[in-house]
Design a protein around this ligand. Structure first.
Ligand SMILES: NC(=O)c1ccc[n+]([C@@H]2O[C@H](COP(=O)([O-])OP(=O)(O)OC[C@H]3O[C@@H](n4cnc5c(N)ncnc54)[C@H](OP(=O)(O)O)[C@@H]3O)[C@@H](O)[C@H]2O)c1
Length: 256
């Protein structure tokens, strides 16, 4: 019987690349995002697998629970959870809209946490399952000018690495893979207003980034940082004083 993957943020960027990768391997899919027309188009374009979607704004409280309830009602078992939906915002913390930043925390942190909470128990019962949580190279240091975004991704990395240990003794294994991309060519750049920044001058292609995450998931890897330069940056951030790493993050967040 085919396995099923649930992918949040499936309508563009990395999420859509994951859709193609899972579909190519014969997975049935449950797609979650806000844009109903795009969800319908994606569903129509994959005829050989079962594609369902839940049109939901995950930045609204309780949305993740509602997604879970819809899946339960349809009797779908999720073998792979891809917590991918997320966004960032560039600017001084106190000058950015507070509601947008709260929505970011709700989407990047709370929805990811709740979906994991609701889907993990069945994976444990069935003695198997895979989770990909999309963090970022932002997870490894404080990020002035994107303070909340960087903090949300630090949460995703810390939470996911802790879960790895909690599930590590389960027979047949549940794996949790944290994907940490650096700047990547998707809609993220225009949504976050970071396209003209120094950090985005060498953005990677989204198909390559998603493929690296997908392969890491298959191998059950814990953390994958995509791209050689990004791995160097993450390595450096681990050894630099936090204040120096923060200053560097501020520098690259500046316009070219
Ligand atoms: N691109 C980068 O440079 C980069 C680097 C590091 C990490 N990341 C992370 O990668 C993940 C994917 O982002 P991306 O780069 O692929 O960006 P993207 O092209 O903007 O895709 C974001 C996806 O999330 C969905 N989404 C946004 N807000 C949502 C909400 N409130 N509720 C439900 N779905 C929502 C969007 O669909 P709808 O608009 O249809 O809802 C879209 O499918 C994010 O977690 C991001 O933080 C990206």
């Amino acid at each position: 019987m085919s396995k099923t993957a649930l992918i949040t943020g499936a309508t563009s960027g990395l999420g859509y690349e994951f859709v193609k990768l899972f579909a190519a391997d014969g997975y049935n899919l449950v797609l979650v995002a806000r844009n109903k027309q795009k969800l319908e188009e994606i569903k129509q374009s994959f005829r050989s697998i079962d594609v369902r979607f839940v049109c939901k704004d995950l930045s609204v409280p309780n949305a993740a629970k509602e997604v879970f309830e819809e899946i339960e009602e349809q009797g779908i078992y999720i073998d792979v959870l891809v917590n991918n939906a997320g966004f960032g915002l560039l600017g001084n913390f106190d000058e950015l809209d507070i509601q947008k930043q709260v929505n970011m925390i709700q989407l990047n942190i709370t929805a990811l946490t709740e979906l994991t909470y609701y889907l993990l128990p069945k994976m444990k019962q069935k003695h198997g399952g895979k989770i990909i949580n999309v963090a970022s190279t932002a997870a490894f240091q404080p990020g002035p000018l994107m303070a909340v975004y960087y903090a949300t991704k630090a949460y995703v990395l810390s939470f996911s690495e802790a879960l790895v240990e909690e599930v590590s003794d389960i027979e047949n294994s549940i794996t949790v893979t944290t994907l940490c991309p650096g700047p990547t060519k998707t809609n993220f750049g225009s949504v976050a207003n970071v396209e003209g920044t120094k950090m985005f001058s060498n953005a990677m292609n989204s198909d390559i980034v998603a493929k690296q995450g997908y392969e890491a998931m298959k191998k059950g890897k814990r953390v994958v940082v995509t791209g050689g330069m990004n791995r160097v940056g993450v390595f450096a951030a681990k050894f630099l004083p936090r204040s120096t790493a923060a200053k560097m993050a501020k520098f690259v967040a500046g316009k070219k």
